[in-house]
Write a protein that binds this ligand. Structure first.
Ligand code: GCW
Length: 716
């Protein structure tokens, strides 16, 4: 009698399996069976008779992905490769498939460049066909991922005319991964790179990593931390790097390395790393030759120099241009590039830290070799929940500048808080620098159109690690996804990207999409509000950057919160106008004007630029103190709303991710309350004003919050 019951239960379990468990490993490439039969038959009609000639590793990868997608999404069990006459889906390049030009007589392939593609419905001999065409195999692979996305998001594919060309050339992840397997500011486990197993063993995971990147157009990966270890440049490690490059290559992904400036001393036995010294030049040249011999398509080097203790050209009285050009000359014969970071500030704290990168780099405009890009963080301090755009954007017309965003949530709740970062990225990309008058958006500097560069790029500091779901927090995946999408097209909106991601990651049902989108879009502002509203910044606790520490006043001055918020009995905020550090002078006049006047300065960044009295009247009509409190309380309320919305998804998505996110939101709520209470109580010691009527009073004292001492947090 027991047996039938057990089997019925088992059957039920199997039927419901997709709802029960999903460990997140598949990211947005889940390819779950489409439930809508009408869609399935439309898709089958269009794509199941495939013709995809050629045998390169990239073509094989594309074929494999198509098969995987068709099997999963449409339940097609066997790969169907047909003769060209019977094909309904044709993938190829004019080089392999010269007929493409006859079938698409009005199409000029040239503008597609090396990575663009088209997806075009056509009639061939009166038969309806879909063509994915590109100049290169990698372009075609991008087209395949685009087609699969259309299926995953259940779009109509009966009449397509899509052309896509990436707007930036280098679309990269920067891994801050150390050779010992740890990840600086990494919150998703250990490094993906198993150095001790390489080069002999390359795990499937590397391939899945490459697939995920290619699916969003990421075409490069910097494997190692910018706080660099010269060891990676030794021949032992280069062989390991080469093995990874071999796995990534079919997916159009180039490998880059971080170059420690003092490597000639550390692994080359020289007694100097002076960029103007001939022996140093020769060393780097030989090193580059050795590297390119093993990895002919290495992308180049990323360098952090003379910043936070890293060695650099200034150790020898030379400039950043001297340093960058040394490496640029070494990789130039191999078509390599150097990405030189602008994240520099003086160890002796002589000036407002926000000004230093500009002061250092602006005078060097035009002094870099053609294969150098300056990699600039989105804001002038350091990946804060909100920063105005970096004043270097627009200030170096003769030097290609690339964007560095942070995908890992160093200051934004790390692996524990749900924070969708695309709104932050978008805010920066759509900021107007006024470099050439109105409409000189940061996005146009990044895509090269404003100054006419062809060497362009966007990088994101990776949030990926060895955790089964790659990013720790399931919603961290959305930030990786968004980075890739925005690097491909910096004009995309956070909302459109979220829509695609949710459909591919969770479900195509509106009842799932809408609530999740609501949570995602709100999450960034919520995080700003409960941490650092109104332009406050850098209030986090010492070193680990997780919880609040606005009271911290010990240690290096420009690493302490008190340096940034400047709260005193007269008011709060960092005066960066003429009466203060005058960092504002680094912006174009229109921007300066807007920020200089507290009444025209957007309130989101008010205290970034102004020190204002506690009773300063805000646009709400309330005092600054009351508004500040309101914001902190709103932040917590927003997290509460996020929880309520999430709870409404119970039973509509798989239990595993539902419960994980539900639990993480509890942690986020608890932390939001801590941030709010700690900051409000601390600032109250200066404002000497009561917490406004109607807002619940903190249940703990300031001393309680000050005593919280977090130990052993990951990533620090
Ligand atoms: O924000 C700081 C981080 C450091 C990081 C540095 C950088 C890699 O706290 O961990 O170092 O930025 O961007 O170089």
């Amino acid at each position: 009698m027991v047996r039938p019951v057990v089997s019925v239960l088992l059957l039920l379990l199997c039927v419901n399996l997709p709802l029960l468990a999903d460990d997140g490993y598949k990211l947005w490439l889940r390819y779950d069976l489409i439930e809508n039969q009408e869609k399935i038959s439309q898709y089958k009609q269009t794509i199941q008779h495939l013709y995809y000639p050629g045998g390169s590793a990239t073509i094989l990868a594309g074929n494999e992905e198509l098969m995987r997608g068709m099997q999963g999404l449409l339940g097609l069990k066997t790969p169907i490769v047909q003769a060209i006459q019977e094909a309904t889906l044709i993938v190829g390049t004019p080089a392999i498939l010269p007929q493409l030009k006859n079938w698409l007589p009005d199409t000029n392939f040239e503008p597609l460049g090396k990575e663009g593609f088209l997806i075009q419905s056509v009639k061939i001999d009166n038969k309806k066909c879909l063509i994915i065409g590109a100049n290169t195999d990698v372009g075609a692979l991008y087209g395949i991922f685009q087609l699969l996305k259309l299926l995953q998001t259940q779009q109509d594919i009966s009449q397509l005319a899509i052309t896509q060309i990436p707007k930036t050339q280098l679309r990269l992840l920067n891994h801050w991964d150390n050779l010992d397997g740890s990840v600086e500011r990494g919150y998703a486990g250990a490094s993906l790179w198993q150095w001790h197993q390489l080069p002999e063993y390359t795990s499937q995971r590397y391939k899945d990593y490459a697939r995920a990147n290619a699916s969003v157009g990421i075409n490069g990966t910097v494997l190692t931390n910018v706080n660099a270890n010269a060891l990676v440049l030794t021949s032992e490690y280069l062989k390991k790097v080469a093995a990874l490059a071999d796995v990534f290559r079919p997916y159009g992904i180039q490998v880059y390395l971080t170059a420690r400036f003092s490597a000639p001393i550390e692994i080359g036995n020289l007694d100097t790393a002076d960029p103007l010294d001939d022996s140093v030049k020769t060393w780097w040249k030989n090193k580059a030759d050795e590297i390119y011999n093993l990895i002919p398509d290495l992308g180049g080097f990323l360098v952090k120099a003379n910043s936070e203790g890293q060695p650099g050209p200034q150790n020898y009285g030379r400039s950043h241009a001297d340093g960058a050009n040394l490496l640029a000359d070494a990789v130039a014969p191999h078509q390599g590039v150097v990405m030189w970071r602008a994240f520099v500030y003086d160890n002796n704290v002589p000036d407002d830290r926000a000004k230093q990168a500009f002061n250092e780099f602006k005078p060097l405009d035009g002094k870099f070799r053609d294969n150098v890009l300056i990699q600039v963080k989105n804001g002038a301090i350091d990946f804060q929940p909100r920063e105005p755009f970096h004043p270097l954007f627009g200030a170096m017309p003769n030097t290609p500048l690339m964007m560095e965003f942070q995908v890992t949530q160093e200051y934004f709740g790390q692996g524990l808080h749900l924070t969708y970062l695309a709104p932050l990225y978008q805010e920066c990309l759509q900021a107007d620098t006024y470099a050439h008058g109105k409409g000189s958006y940061v996005s146009k500097i990044i895509d090269g159109t404003l100054e006419g560069y062809s060497l362009t790029g966007m990088a994101g500091v990776s949030n990926i690690g060895s955790d089964r779901n790659w990013t720790g927090h399931p919603f961290g995946q959305a930030n990786w996804y968004a980075l890739g999408r925005l690097a491909w097209d910096p004009e995309l909106t956070a909302e459109a990207i979220a829509d695609d991601w949710i459909r591919m990651t969770f479900s195509n049902q509106q009842a799932v999409i809408e609530p999740i989108k609501k949570i995602m879009i709100k999450s960034r502002e919520a995080g700003v509000n409960y941490r650092t509203p109104l332009g406050l910044h850098h209030l986090m606790a010492w070193h680990h950057h997780y919880g609040p520490g606005p009271w911290i006043d010990k240690g290096r001055a420009d690493w302490t919160p008190i340096y940034y918020h400047r709260a005193d009995s007269s008011g709060i905020g960092f005066d960066r106008t003429k009466t203060g550090s005058n960092a504002l002078a680094q912006y174009y006049p229109e921007v300066q004007k807007m920020y200089a006047d507290p009444t025209t300065c957007p309130e989101e960044v008010l205290l970034w630029f102004h020190h204002l009295p506690w009773n300063y009247q805000m646009k709400s009509g309330k005092s600054l103190w009351n508004d500040l409190c309101d914001k902190y309380y709103q932040g917590v309320a927003m997290v509460h709303d996020m929880q309520t919305t999430w709870n409404s998804l119970e039973g509509k998505i798989d239990t595993e991710r539902f419960e994980q996110v539900q639990a993480l939101l509890k942690i986020q709520y608890r932390d939001a309350v801590e941030w709010r209470n700690a900051c409000v109580l601390y600032f109250q010691t200066y404002s000497q004003k009561p917490i406004p009527e109607g807002l619940e009073k903190p249940d703990q004292s300031l001393e309680y919050y000050k005593k919280i001492d977090r130990k052993y947090l990951p990533g620090s």
